[in-house]
Design a protein around this ligand. Structure first.
Ligand SMILES: Cc1cc2nc3c(=O)[nH]c(=O)nc-3n(C[C@H](O)[C@H](O)[C@H](O)COP(=O)(O)OP(=O)(O)OC[C@H]3O[C@@H](n4cnc5c(N)ncnc54)[C@H](O)[C@@H]3O)c2cc1C
Length: 460
């Protein structure tokens, strides 16, 4: 039996009402053309309209808006732009880590204020989040993360004992954890649709089913050849995330696409809710390298995901990667271990999506074709908030406008490159195996300790 397409298998996409698509056809011009109608593309368009209200902005999308990670994610909005404050100190130094921590917090406040002001309803619930410790080592890490956050000036992180965290969410595996104020849960497809509606209201044109097949220099500007037309613009923004290497092959060595997989259950009964508490409805992750992430949906289903991601040789990203039975079986098993009281729960939705990861686990930005093309990608599993910052960065780069954001180290410096194939696949496999052993409570291998010293990570 063939697996259903992403529009049926992904819970968020499956309940979206049909939206009439208008493909890009013939010849057209714009002041700025954006490739990709995910969160990066839409936030960039909104930021461009903010900086230059009269600019003609056109978005071309290969499938439908939210077709990529933006429609397939877990909808857990966090303040994290640096994948972890300890990691930010290691990569960028303490002053920059402090700046990123503050930026992450202010970004969430500004973003949620914007959603309220523009009446964008995406079922946002400001629940905060929990990080559950499942081993003694993770308890040590939980305490360390609270003190690092305090050291950087963040006061919204609190250490929880086993009894305290189990009073929030009742899993026999929890030994303790961290409660983080700020952020929450939302419906990512409703977020994309709301941002799109707002962008269109401001005059942005969005063309779906319009794959960009090539990007060429054209006089002083750029020409995009799409499936049915040609679009010219002096500036182009690639908001194509894990797909970027397909139109700009030179970025392939800066990132790897990693497929994360997710299940969504049937709605919980009142007895299920009683068994697991979860009255605060927080998004939860655990402290492993390959962690589970989970949350309740607005209609009280459990979304259960894993960061134990799959890398497909050659940076492959296409519908053949959208489903993985071994990952679904592992997800069901890990769910039963966490919540034995809900062992009989069925999961009718299952899908995967590509997370875009760099060796430093933070995004990078760049220019191509002598500055006519700009791009930004690599948010790992923290793109819901970070794409808003990226949109502002990309809009300023595209219009050559000054902004404090352009001096962020992650904008100025590129991450350490990944090796080419076949070494890339071998490296990902070797590191995955080594991290799995750490998750089982073993000591990090010499290879992991070396990568750690070099500041290189392989996680989603
Ligand atoms: C399973 C999963 C769970 C996640 N969970 C979370 C979470 O809970 N919290 C969080 O903060 N982040 C999460 N993320 C990460 C987050 O979803 C992403 O970082 C974010 O959506 C990236 O947005 P984007 O717009 O850059 O990329 P995308 O959403 O991938 O958008 C890129 C778009 O470009 C289009 N495109 C590509 N090539 C072309 C072309 N040639 N022509 C035209 N269009 C093209 C694609 O179709 C796509 O729509 C998760 C990601 C995944 C996959």
């Amino acid at each position: 039996m063939t697996a259903p397409g992403i529009e049926r298998s992904c819970f968020w996409l499956s309940r979206r009402a049909a939206w009439p698509a208008v493909p890009f056809e013939g010849f057209g011009e714009a002041d700025v053309a954006i490739v990709g109608a995910g969160l990066t593309g839409l936030w960039t368009a909104l930021s461009l309209k903010d900086l230059a209200p009269d600019a003609e902005v056109v978005i071309v999308e290969q499938e439908i808006a939210a077709y990529g990670a933006s429609g397939r994610n877990a909808g857990m909005l966090s303040e994290t732009v640096d994948h972890g404050h300890g990691l930010a100190i290691q990569h960028f130094g303490e002053a920059e880590a402090r700046r990123l921590a503050r930026l992450g917090e202010s970004n969430i406040q500004e973003m949620t204020a914007y959603l309220r002001e523009r009446k964008i309803d995406c079922d946002y619930e400001p629940t905060g989040r929990l990080v559950a410790a499942l081993t003694e080592g993770q308890l040590v890490e939980a305490r360390r993360s609270v003190s690092t956050a305090r050291h950087l000036g963040l006061d919204g992180h609190r250490y929880l004992t086993a009894a305290e965290i189990r009073a929030q969410v009742r899993s026999p595996l929890y030994l303790g954890g961290v409660e983080v104020r700020g952020g929450g849960i939302l419906d990512p497809v409703k977020l994309v649709d709301g941002l799109r509606r707002e962008a269109e209201r401001l005059g942005v044109r969005v063309h779906e089913h319009s794959r960009v097949e090539s990007v060429h220099r054209d006089g002083a500007g750029v020409e995009l050849r799409t499936s049915r037309g040609r679009l010219r613009a002096p500036r182009v923004v690639l908001a194509t995330s894990a797909y970027t290497h397909r139109i700009l092959p030179s970025v392939a060595y800066r990132f790897i696409p990693l497929y994360d997989y997710i299940l969504v259950s049937d709605p919980l009964t009142p007895a299920h809710r009683e068994a697991i508490a979860w009255r605060g409805r927080q998004g939860v992750t655990d402290g492993r390298s390959f962690f589970n992430y989970y949350r309740l949906t607005d209609d009280d289903r459990i979304l259960w995901g894993t960061s134990e991601a799959a890398y497909y040789r050659g940076n492959r990203v296409d519908p053949s990667c959208d489903h993985s039975e071994p990952h679904y079986a592992a997800l069901r098993a890990s769910f039963r271990r966490h919540f034995p009281a809900l062992a009989g729960l069925e999961f009718p939705y299952a899908w995967g999506g590509a997370i875009c990861s760099t060796t430093r686990l933070t995004p990078f930005f760049g220019r191509a074709l002598n500055g006519r093309v700009v791009y930004g990608l690599g948010y790992t599993g923290h793109g819901l908030g970070t794409t808003r910052i990226a949109g502002r960065i990309l809009a300023h780069l595209a219009l050559n406008r000054p902004s404090d954001l352009l001096d962020l180290a992650m904008v100025r410096k590129k991450p350490f490159p990944y090796p080419p194939e076949p070494f890339r696949s071998w490296a990902v496999e070797a590191v995955t195996e080594a991290l799995r052993r750490v998750d089982q409570g073993k000591r990090p291998s010499a290879m992991l300790r070396l990568l750690d010293r070099l500041g290189i990570g392989f996680s989603s």
